[in-house]
Design a protein around this ligand. Structure first.
Ligand SMILES: [Fe+2]
Length: 266
């Protein structure tokens, strides 16, 4: 087994490399409960402080060539649909401003690359999400990315396209850059457009903030839960890595999506 990534994590607290153990089973059960209860599961201190510091330095190296994503999108991240009235939540535009480091801008020796390529992590996340088959994404840009957010940058309200996302908080800003979410409000899944509208207006009472310390691995059910990242304040850049997994092998984004998020095509 390729164990290059084992040293990167706190394998005592999180023995994801020992799937037969009682500690592993208890961890999977705890994660499933958290996802069911609050749509999110946090594993604080998942990577060691030494590994995290190394990852920060590696992202620092790659960040100058990150692609600037500046766009206005609806909460579905879908094409404009003129069939809805102009003020409908489906058409309300949210501004996003962040820089994205693509998978191919990281080196195979980088900590994040090693973590993503490590089979026990893939198997663990598949277990938590009850996936019999789960795969790393094949997209040369989107498989593993780092969102880089400097002072004033933000990520507007949206629902994710995939059911669950796996992220790692590599570096937190001094202030701002908060991850806020409204659990289980997707209109197609029992929520309503009225709720979406209230979230956008800031009057929905159940908007929660995930307090995430650097080094935390986060599983989040972003398809059902609307979420945003508030503007970063202060000189410390926010670095969050997204590790992308799919239900099918060999999944790539379309050239259109590649161009939009990474400024180039494969
Ligand atoms: Fe998202």
């Amino acid at each position: 087994m390729n164990d290059t990534a084992l040293d990167l994590i706190d394998s005592t607290t999180y023995p994801i490399h020992r799937p037969g153990s009682a500690t592993y089973s208890a961890l999977v059960a705890r994660c499933r409960d958290d996802l069911a209860d609050r749509s999110a599961c946090l594993l604080p201190g998942f990577v060691t402080e030494e590994a995290r510091v190394r990852m920060v330095a590696e992202v620092d190296r790659a960040a100058p060539s990150a692609f600037p994503c500046r766009n206005a999108h609806n909460v579905y991240l879908e094409e404009h649909d003129g069939a809805f009235p102009p003020d409908h939540p489906r058409r309300r535009l949210q501004a996003t401003d962040l820089d994205s480091v693509a998978f191919d801008q990281m080196r195979p020796t980088d900590g994040l690359h090693q973590l993503y390529s490590w089979d026990p992590l893939l198997s663990f996340i598949a277990d938590v999400l009850n996936k019999e088959h789960y795969y790393r994404m094949a997209d040369p840009f989107a498989a593993l990315t780092v969102n880089v957010m400097r002072e004033g940058q933000n990520h507007g309200w949206h629902f994710d396209e995939s059911e669950a996302t796996t992220t790692l908080m590599v570096q937190a800003p001094e202030e701002g850059g908060a991850f806020e979410y409204a659990p289980n409000v997707r209109p197609e899944e029992g929520g309503s457009y009225d709720t979406v509208e209230r979230v956008l207006r800031g009057s929905y009472p159940d908007v929660r903030t995930l307090a995430v310390k650097p080094g935390t691995l986060i599983l989040f059910v972003g398809y059902h839960s609307m979420h945003q990242v508030t503007p970063v304040k202060g000189p410390v850049t926010r670095y969050v890595a997204t590790l992308c997994y799919k239900d099918r092998p060999n999944v790539c984004n379309s050239p259109e999506v590649q161009k939009l998020f990474y400024g180039r095509t494969a």
